[in-house]
Design a protein around this ligand. Sequence first.
Ligand SMILES: Cc1cc2nc3c(=O)[nH]c(=O)nc-3n(C[C@H](O)[C@H](O)[C@H](O)COP(=O)(O)OP(=O)(O)OC[C@H]3O[C@@H](n4cnc5c(N)ncnc54)[C@H](O)[C@@H]3O)c2cc1C
Length: 434
Amino acid sequence: MILQLVITMECDILVIGAGIFGLSSAFYLKTQNSGKRVVVIDRLGGPGQGNSAKSEGAFRNLFTSETNFLLADSTIDWFKHMEEDLGYHINLSYIGYLFLLSEEQYTGQRAAFDRIRGWGAEMRVLEREELEEMIPDLVTDFAEDEEAELLGLKPVDYGVLGRKCGSLDADALTRAYEEEFLKLGGEVSYGTEASRLILKPVEELEIPGEPFVWQDTHIAGAETSKGEIKAETTVIAAGAWSESLLDPIGFDSFMRPKKRQLFAFKDPRLDGLFKVEGLNDYGAMPLTVLPKASILFRPELSEGSIWLGCADNLGRRFKLEDDPKAEEDYYTNNVYHALVKYFPCFKDVRPMNMWADQYAINSFDEIPVVTSIPRMIYVGAGSGSGIMKCDAVARVAAALHGGEEEVELYGGRRFRVADLGIHKRRAERESLVI
Ligand SMILES: Cc1cc2nc3c(=O)[nH]c(=O)nc-3n(C[C@H](O)[C@H](O)[C@H](O)COP(=O)(O)OP(=O)(O)OC[C@H]3O[C@@H](n4cnc5c(N)ncnc54)[C@H](O)[C@@H]3O)c2cc1C
């Protein structure tokens, strides 16, 4: 049911944010609480219009943290189930992830790659000669290139190719969760902005100034642009904007927002990137991560284009923005110079389209956070890879609501709910961050 107008409303579970975390959590919360009223609100006009639909839609199970591996690996299995068994067209393409590495980088990560293989991830290591043969557009060595030396570019000595990795349509995925949620009788209200969480004393005395410091408190819902919504449980899934709701009540969102940009190219000079044999079933480049500057690109097979991003860290400020814009000169004066050395086919090619939004980064361990205070659950800190972990994260959120210590991820593996929390968190820091 799509709610049009709210004046004052009561529900059992209020989810603030209709991104991938909000809608997937709402789906599992409603699945486990079928008789309860579960309402999702979003300030924007439809599902996934924050970060989710603007993401690169890439997924991988190559993570150095076992926690991240489990979250992503089980979620990727769920994606397959959604497409093959539930009939959703989420454009799942197993194009693979190819990390291009110098000898030094490969040696430094080798033990981590062995560990990942031990968890069951399928991986292939390619040497420089094989890469040169398979990818004619790739330059691997800059021995005679003074400019490349000036840029500090590393040679490509190895490629590590992840198989259970690829891309999907993140917008379609978010809509699929919404549809499943609505089918169960869940409710959504778009164009509804939460302005404030309602913090109440557990025992109300009806005295002005409550809650006082000596009173126990809980969250009782939210004030919104369409009136007050009272809820037994309020789930904060407002992505990079979560701090706007959580800071005023003094709750740490354990993430900070940072702009990330994507540039799309469609040009005959890039055709070679769609004619690469032996790396996947599509005869195209996998999602490819360069050895320097965290530059990555992937083919978008549905439109024959290349989507390119760059995870700039130091030098890119943390800042919450309502509608961040891509900066073309960030590509032309910056990313381009390193990119064109490794892939000269990009020479003089300009983006046909570009957009931006923000990662919600937990810089401590780069792993999502699912935690609670009385009558409130926070699901966030996707840290740039929330799409690929959404199903597992949502199951953890629903289990936390149900008071369970463990949850079964899709495919049957068990996961300790507190591992994504704060107080009893048990998660190894991720080092394969892009
Ligand atoms: C450029 C870019 C590329 C990315 N690429 C990938 C990728 O390839 N793979 C991957 O897995 N992840 C990727 N990510 C990360 C991924 O997009 C996020 O981890 C994921 O979308 C987070 O989902 P979310 O539900 O937490 O946030 P969002 O999708 O941002 O949802 C939060 C929602 O809350 C709503 N909201 C906020 N405040 C309020 C309020 N006060 N009241 C009501 N509603 C509110 C917003 O409108 C929004 O719809 C990328 C992100 C970016 C920016």
